[in-house]
Design a protein around this ligand. Structure first.
Ligand code: F0G
Length: 448
């Protein structure tokens, strides 16, 4: 059997690097991908493997219990699977969202809530594989730049593996839920003056100069783990392929992982068609959207602004990989405004599900794509909620108090300090005297 290897993404020159080569780019600057030898899958072995996946879902062994390592035949780069670092992650629920369906104009709408991961975001799916690889190559220190969730996840997995971690975050621009995690899990936390894109450039330079292993999604082993979000989803759906997957786009690693997962599942006979992937960006952080609508596949970075701080990224690392996903799945890119994100988040909320703002871009994008006629109301659509509400409680409270501004109020340095309208969607808290009769009268008047 051929062994897995690394190659420059999209490269036709047959350049190969061994898996334990600590590099993140080719000599001419292209990002890398893992090539997995999937030739041993046949229709028979694929059918048998589906049964194995079912059996593993009922096992208590950490390697089977994990919604990443359960699908390890799609992760041959990590074999043998000794010393895996697992929390265990994945196993995230699917929810039917009747109120969101109504809001978006769909007959039915499903979400997969990646915020139900151990550190509250989809990053755990990729961090378990990348930290396991870090352990295999003997790394003692790991690092990342982050809008918050990657740092929270990396800090936790590094701590579990007994490694030191260093996070680079844009000062004043990450949500406190996420910052508190990195601090508590013992990461050395460096706040950079500047935005995420600046922090990303610096961490790459630092990791190149020292023996520090880089764990952003430029690391191809992160992408391998994140593939399993889609493999697990299809397993949950009895291998029935939905019409659409809707995912937010920031640094663009997640949708890239989804495209790779669909290509590998199709090539190995697990599925016979692939869903279309819609990538949703915030209007103020939309380089992929501009490329898509401008029909120009060169990345033109933007100066990013959005209160969905997780996707406040103007110079995304996995831009080229995203284009593979768009082409391969006949996908599309849409942008949504701050107001659309905030309103969609409140509709997710009234279905009893909490997400952080970046995740709500999916439901906002779905509404827009239905209105345009791109998505049919009877299509089978799954929105990926990428992070938990408690990651950024300030946003939610400010929204319901009608105090939500485009710029984070804590810093309020950027010009254009615009208020995001919430009228008709907010659920403001009320102040009342501690008087039972008056309170009861108010409840009876308000809830009819
Ligand atoms: N949603 C959430 C909650 C995120 O944290 C991120 C990215 C995205 C969506 C976008 O995913 O980058 O793969 O396109 N957060 C990163 C971080 C960049 O540092 O935590 P992407």
């Amino acid at each position: 059997m051929e062994k897995a290897y690394l190659r420059p993404f999209g490269d036709k020159r047959n350049i190969r690097y061994p898996l334990d080569d600590i590099r993140y780019r080719s000599d001419d600057g292209a990002i890398l991908e893992v090539v997995n030898p999937l030739d041993r899958f046949t229709p028979q072995t694929s059918a048998a493997l589906k049964k194995v996946f079912d059996d593993r879902a009922g096992s208590w062994q950490p390697i089977d219990r994990s919604g990443v390592w359960r699908y390890r035949e799609f992760l041959p780069a990590f074999a043998p699977y000794e010393d895996i670092v697992t929390m265990p992650e994945g196993n995230t629920p699917l929810y039917d969202m009747p109120r969101c369906a109504q809001y978006t104009g769909m007959r039915r709408l499903t979400v997969k809530h990646q915020g139900c991961n151990p550190t509250g975001s989809f990053k755990d799916n990729g961090m378990t594989t990348a930290v396991t690889m870090a352990k295999k190559i003997g790394a003692r220190m790991v690092a990342c730049a982050s809008t918050g969730n990657t740092s929270a996840s990396m800090a936790a997995y590094a701590a579990r593996a007994g490694m030191r971690s260093v996070v680079f975050i844009p000062e004043g621009q990450i949500a406190y839920g996420k910052l508190s995690q990195a601090l508590d899990y013992g990461a050395l936390t460096i706040q950079i003056k500047g935005d995420f894109d600046k922090a990303m450039a610096i961490v790459e330079e630092v990791c190149q100069k020292a023996e520090i292993y880089l764990l952003n999604s430029i690391n191809p082993f992160r992408i391998e783990g994140q593939k399993t979000i889609m493999i697990e989803l299809l397993h949950q759906l009895g291998w029935e392929v939905p019409d659409w997957i809707i995912v937010p786009g920031g640094n663009l690693g997640n949708n890239s992982a989804f495209g790779k997962a669909f290509a590998e599942m199709k090539d190995s006979g697990f599925i016979d068609r692939v869903p279309r992937v819609a990538i949703i960006q915030a209007e103020g952080a939309n380089p992929l959207y501009l490329s898509y609508t401008g029909n120009d596949r060169t990345l033109k970075p933007v100066d990013a602004h959005t209160r969905a701080t997780a996707i406040k990224i103007g110079n995304p690392v996995s831009f080229d990989k995203s284009w593979f996903t768009i082409d391969y799945t006949d996908g599309c890119v849409e942008q949504v405004s701050e107001e659309e994100i905030a309103r969609a988040k409140s509709r997710i909320g009234i279905d009893g599900i909490g997400s952080e703002p970046a995740s709500a871009a999916t439901v906002a994008g779905c509404k827009k794509l239905v209105a345009q006629g791109t998505i049919n109301p009877s299509d089978n659509v799954v929105c990926i909620l990428t992070g938990h509400l408690l990651k950024d409680p300030d946003y939610t409270v400010e929204f319901h108090r009608d105090e939500l501004y485009l710029d984070v109020k804590r810093t309020s340095t950027v010009s254009g300090h615009r208020k995001i309208p919430t009228e008709g969607y907010k659920n403001s808290p009320v102040k009342m005297a501690a008087d039972a009769d008056a309170i009861l009268a108010y409840i009876q008047k308000t809830i009819t």
